[in-house]
Design a protein around this ligand. Structure first.
Ligand code: NAD
Ligand code: MG
Length: 364
């Protein structure tokens, strides 16, 4: 049996992970954590005989992981709040199934150092990165020509900038191909999600930014592509269903059966790709620039984005204000490298204050 500590158990990824573990004969839960909804997470734990539970950081996730002795930690917390668990898991050399991309975006340098010291596995759960991981497996990095991240384009794909001025949270939450938590759904509508994934891919696979491309692929069937130097391009295909990459990360290097239907090719599957519109969706460019700047610029990007997305969901900030707040925050703060988690926490908090101030100015 492989013991799974599931962080973010009440969320979209968390609930799908519970389905996978419940249906599996080789996986069992040893710890459950959530940010809120304590009754729900305690009921989930009681029904499965799980002794270790944390709600709202009580007890802290680092201690929960140490005490519950997992073989693999699935970090499906949303946002910067997931960073502590990412670092603790990597440092301890425990396998990390990582859905919480914000921790790698914010703390990529610290995470890579902890991973190197700990020596465990870092298994991506994000569908694009799971796809790339599988296309890359066993192949030397110097044979790789580049990575191609696919993006559905979100609910506003094809709209020019002027048609995005007054879109509402309800419209932005209606994602065409994926059903996900609210924060990542808004990130998908602005394309910031793909910007975060660009930085995530850079840290996970050690590929420079200029070799990572983003293409729009509306049906979300091709989850990503790796180009090799001989001209070959390997793609990973499947219906958009997060249970596939969740199951793969939890059972790696085996593959367990899942209830996902096989791809129906004979009925006529059209695969379309196009370039993203960076005028309507500037978040992608802003994220790329922050990634290339390095230091704590990606942490500032993430913090400002979390503040701006929350303000948009509250109806306080217009849709186009999200990328604007993020870009202006990056322009307003210094972002030198952080030596440890406590320095990074200060950078994150400082960026949040600036982003909050800029949000208030924009809506005044
Ligand atoms: P969600 O909002 O549905 O769930 C978030 C979970 O995190 C909840 O269980 C919440 O209680 C928990 N949480 C929040 N703050 C916490 C804290 N301080 N301590 C412990 N738990 C806390 O989010 P989601 O859509 O499941 O996404 C989770 C992560 O996975 C995000 O980083 C997201 O980018 C990533 N991801 C999600 C999907 C998807 O399909 N939903 C796909 C790829 C990547
Ligand atoms: Mg993704």
């Amino acid at each position: 049996m492989r013991r799974v500590a599931l962080l973010g158990a009440t969320g979209s990824i968390g609930r799908q992970a519970i389905d996978i573990v419940d249906a599996s004969s080789v996986l069992s839960l040893c710890a459950l954590a959530s940010g809120s909804r304590g009754d729900e997470v305690r009921a989930l734990a009681a029904a499965r005989g799980v002794a270790h539970v944390s709600v709202g950081g009580d007890p802290p996730l680092g201690g929960l992981i140490a005490r519950s002795e997992p073989d693999v930690v699935l970090n499906a917390v949303v946002g910067f709040a997931g960073l502590e668990a990412t670092l603790a898991t990597l440092e301890a050399g425990i396998d990390l199934a990582l859905a919480n991309k914000e921790s790698l975006v914010s703390g990529g340098d610290l995470a890579l150092a902890a991973w190197a010291r700990g020596g465990g596995r870092l298994l991506p759960v994000d569908s694009e990165h799971s796809a790339i991981f599988q296309c890359l497996e066993g192949r030397a990095l110097d044979t790789v020509g580049g990575l191609v991240l696919t993006a559905s384009g979100g609910p506003f794909r094809g709209r020019p900038r002027e048609e995005l001025v007054d879109v509402t949270p309800v419209q932005a939450l209606a994602h065409p191909t994926w059903s996900m938590g609210p924060k990542i759904t808004i990130d998908s509508a602005t394309l910031m999600n793909k910007g975060l994934e660009l930085i995530e891919a850079h840290f996970l696979f050690g590929v420079p930014y200029e070799q990572i491309e983003v293409v729009i692929h509306p049906s979300s069937i091709v989850h990503s592509i790796v180009r090799f130097r001989d001209g070959a391009a390997l793609a990973h295909l499947g219906y958009p269903d997060m249970r596939v990459p969740i199951s793969y990360a939890l059972t790696y290097p085996e593959r367990e059966e899942t209830p996902i239907r096989p791809l129906d090719l004979a009925s006529g599957l059209a695969l379309e790709f196009s370039a993203p519109d960076e005028d309507a969706f500037p978040a992608l460019r802003v994220a790329r620039e922050a990634g290339e700047a390095g230091g704590t610029a990606p942490c500032v990007l993430n913090a400002a984005n979390e503040v701006a997305v929350a303000a948009f969901l509250d109806g306080r900030l217009p849709f186009l204000g999200i990328a604007e707040v993020v870009e202006r925050t990056l322009g307003a703060v210094e972002a030198p490298a952080a030596r440890d988690l406590s320095e990074l926490v200060l950078v994150d908090a400082g960026a949040r204050r600036v982003a909050q101030g800029l949000t208030n100015q924009l809506v005044a």
